[in-house]
Design a protein around this ligand. Structure first.
Ligand code: UDP
Ligand code: MG
Length: 344
């Protein structure tokens, strides 16, 4: 792990002076997706603001309301009125966690962007450690979960399995046990913002873009309130997005199955001939036929399903629909090409 974490040595980052026109641009943008987090948003803001005040950097907190059905948006409006450094984007409906992060990254203005869950499972205090690494010259600092509190055995086990599976089947070096909690330098954010694919696995894409990367360890906390908005079906969708975005292996499975079945068939043919010559009655009956037909039928359907998984995603991509639709903006400007935003 150490090897992955400290993969590349980085040059210390000096804090470059900002251009006069950029004086109002924050050093740090905190991007937090919010979906039905009414009871937590205020506490989240307080905890994050306390950490950022201690850091002494200029900042903005961009809360992206992903079509919440509770009072989250009302609280975000109140927070924005109270502290203009709190900014808001509100989606016209629930577009999903990954698109909420995407929108946040599009509108964030900071020289570094920190993506953090708003349910306080990611402790804001870790941001301070990330900033230290960023100052040392790393462009992407991801948070690696050392332990997870208050999560079910099922969630922990499936997550652990998933992170290892995706690492073994994809050609991107996605570090294990990392969620979307990470700090990204402006360079990474700009690269990420150019990627406009519909089915997005942000933690994979932010690694895919390259640059100098490192990790910090943390212990994932219990939710401040409420329950997870990631039921099993959403987890499976995200897992499929992660795998199909970075790997063709499922498509190649048909070939592997084909070789396997042909190999088995060869053995079966030889056995059948021998039995026939020895006048054995062993192969009489429908069971053998039935088993082989069902076995092959199953494999063929699985392969079709896998092709369908890719086909559906290709269809979504060619439709070129906007990634998300906003219904409200609080304190944010339209995204501009960041070359004009920050002098680096
Ligand atoms: N979230 C979101 N849209 C969704 C589901 C979740 O914006 O459709 C947000 C949620 O408010 C939280 C973060 O994404 O800040 C992670 O979601 P959750 O805590 O439900 O997932 P878990 O931590 O259980 O994996
Ligand atoms: Mg959570």
């Amino acid at each position: 792990m150490q090897e992955t974490v400290e993969r590349m040595q980085a040059e210390p980052r000096s804090a470059p002076a900002q251009r006069a026109t950029d004086m109002d641009l924050p050093t740090l943008s905190i991007v937090a997706p919010v979906y039905n987090e009414g009871p937590t948003v205020m506490v989240f803001y307080q905890r994050v603001a306390a950490v950022l005040e201690q850091l002494g950097e200029s900042y903005e907190i961009l809360l992206v309301n992903d079509g919440s059905r509770d009072n989250s948006q009302q609280i975000i409006r109140e927070l924005h009125a109270l502290d203009p450094r709190v900014k808001g984007l509100s989606f016209s409906k629930n577009f999903g966690h990954q698109l909420a992060i995407t929108a946040g990254a599009d509108f964030a203005r900071g020289r570094a962007v920190v993506v953090i869950d708003s349910d306080l499972q990611d402790p804001p205090e870790v941001i301070a450690e990330m900033v230290v690494k960023w100052r040392e010259g790393y462009d992407l600092v991801y948070a690696v979960r050392r332990a997870r509190a208050g999560e079910t055995w099922f969630k922990k086990t499936t997550a652990k399995f998933f992170y290892r599976l995706i690492r073994s089947v994809t050609n991107v070096d996605i570090p294990v046990d990392t969620g979307d909690f990470r700090l990204m330098d402006r360079k990474v954010v700009d690269a990420l913002n150019q990627i406009r694919e519909q089915h997005r696995f942000m933690r994979g894409l932010s690694v895919w873009v390259g640059f100098k990367q490192t990790g910090v360890y943390y212990e994932r906390q219990e939710r401040h309130a409420g329950t997870s908005n990631y039921p099993l079906n959403k987890m499976i969708r995200l897992a499929l997005t992660g795998i199909t975005s970075f790997s063709y292996l499922p498509l190649q499975l048909a070939t592997y199955f084909g070789f396997m079945v042909s190999g088995l068939n060869l053995i079966f043919i030889v056995t059948a001939i021998i039995l026939r010559l020895s006048r054995s009655q062993a192969l009489i009956g429908q069971a053998t036929t039935l088993v082989s037909v069902l076995f092959l039928g199953g494999i063929q359907l699985i392969c079709l399903g896998l092709i369908g998984e890719y086909l559906g995603r290709i269809y979504d991509e060619v439709k070129h629909r906007p990634l998300y639709i906003l219904s409200e903006k609080l304190g944010v400007d339209e995204p501009v090409p960041s070359a004009r935003m920050h002098e680096r």
